[in-house]
Design a binder for this molecule. Sequence first.
Ligand code: AMP
Length: 457
Amino acid sequence: MTFKELNIITPILQAIEHEGYEIPSPIQQQAIPMLLEGKDILGSAQTGTGKTLAFAVPILQGLYQQQTNPSIKPHIQALILAPTRELAEQIKESFRNYGKNLNLKIEVIYGGVSQRNQEIALKKGVDVLIATPGRLMDLMNQGFIHLDHVKYLVLDEADRMLDMGFIRDVRKIVSFIPEQRQTALFSATVPKDILDLANSLLKDPIRVAVTPVETTLEIIKQSLYYVSKKEKTNLLIDLLVNPKMASVLVFTRTKHGANKLVKELLSYGVKTEAIHGNKSQNHRLKVLNEFKERKLRVLVATDIAARGIDIDELSHVINYDLPETPETYIHRIGRTGRAGLSGEAISFCHKDELNLLKAIEKHIMQTIPVVKEHHFAKQDETASSKQHTQQSGSSQTTQKKKPTSTYKHQNRVYGSSSQKKRQNDSKNHKQSSENNHKREHHSGNKSYTKHQPTKKR
Ligand code: AMP
């Protein structure tokens, strides 16, 4: 099947071709004809399936074909609601890419940034508005936005909007939109409350379901490392030596945990940044762009900030902390293995997280393969005083730590006393940073130079 066979008009076909897409993904094959027919849709599809194009193209096509006089200031005719700023930005980009030959005004609004520019854009007129619910409500209340011309409504990642407590805002917003409209609701999971929401907003919806969880999981290599809480960072650093980890998204449970981890990684010369709700929107976008452009190899994120992040060819997802809900595990690891590419998801689990692990494995109906032998594998009290060295790029072999003098050919040296060392390092980091020296690190065929505070080893 080709995009042309989906009856997509030439200017959009050209834009799709420009993106380099040749074959419509399953959700596109299913949803585009239905949406072009004007049907409502309930789509269970997660990010990575191509769902954005699936709803963007029919809307763009509809608006283009109904366009009467492009010189008249447009009204908002399509509204896309998304839970996070990052997702809203990505949807805007997609609409602009696919609609680049159509002369339609596409804008995005979200909180966390000044509303001034958003006001200016809205005043000029907008055809397609992508919005997070909170900022949309604010601007509606201030009289900058009127939804009485909306013909197309999309709720993207509806389950997440529900989780994030946006449901009242969403219902309120929808109450301002004419009943005569086409509505599409997309959700990675479709629990009962999403079904209830769908029933109240959609008219005779066609149910479209793609990339069931199992299919996504099949292409992602999963592995599990049992590790004590205090050794998680060391294990992470050890794994990061592997040059195959080209683009790594690390999930922590809390914002505080993300900040702390970034600090620790930086103190060991691993260039990284965190994105989470407390970071400014500009910072988040800047960091995300650096990560996408491969200027930043490691990104630490909390679930909400990372939600919907669309990064082509993300090689690894690391669950530094296991997620609280099993569905989140799937969302997280779905950041890799995108658009048919394979990816790897590595999870750390300490003893307090065993219940979470059990819930995840039950949910995915799989047992995640355990990497038993690694340098920070759980040891008994006496053994824990023994230090272990690390093997270049290998997470499968464990070696006894050699005397200090042998360190020079190790990629990195952390042992069971490393936590303490790291604390000291952290303390001494400022004073010693002037004395930083470069250390050569070799990993398989990769070699890189790491700045690291001078340490007594
Ligand atoms: P989405 O599920 O909308 O977040 O899309 C996931 C990724 O797949 C995005 O990077 C899209 O640009 C890409 N994509 C969408 N449709 C196709 C397609 N038909 N072929 C290849 N890649 C696609």
